[in-house]
Write a protein that binds this ligand. Structure first.
Ligand code: SF4
Length: 106
């Protein structure tokens, strides 16, 4: 089964970067100006990709991932058609978003 590339997951979820990804400086991250290094970012829970004002990923452009070839590992792992139980809640949120057109936290 292939990803439909609807971009909904990129609108709903914050993206945690691994240490390697964070240190690579290849990604725009949250609170860059206030955080010194990965340890501090992880401690504060901000080793995250930057988001737009609406909460969607900074790299979501015209509904598509603009860095698809180098997207973070967690983006590669997640698949909304997955049967993996660890994605159950995320998939539920995607379904709710598609049905209601709003985030569940708003
Ligand atoms: S990096 Fe790409 S795949 Fe990952 S959340 Fe952002 S737009 Fe989506």
């Amino acid at each position: 089964m292939k990803c439909s590339q609807c971009g909904v997951c990129c609108k709903l979820f914050v993206i945690n970067l691994s240490e390697e990804e964070y240190r690579s400086k290849k990604y725009k991250t949250m609170f860059d100006e206030f955080v010194e290094d990965f340890e501090e970012a992880e401690l504060c829970g901000v080793n995250l990709l930057a988001q737009k004002e609406d909460g969607s990923c900074i790299y979501l452009k015209a509904g598509k991932c603009s860095i698809h070839d180098r997207r973070p590992q967690v983006c590669k792992e997640f698949f909304c058609k997955s049967e993996n139980k660890k994605f159950k809640e995320m998939i539920r949120q995607i379904r709710a978003y598609k049905e209601n057109g709003t985030r569940m936290d708003k």
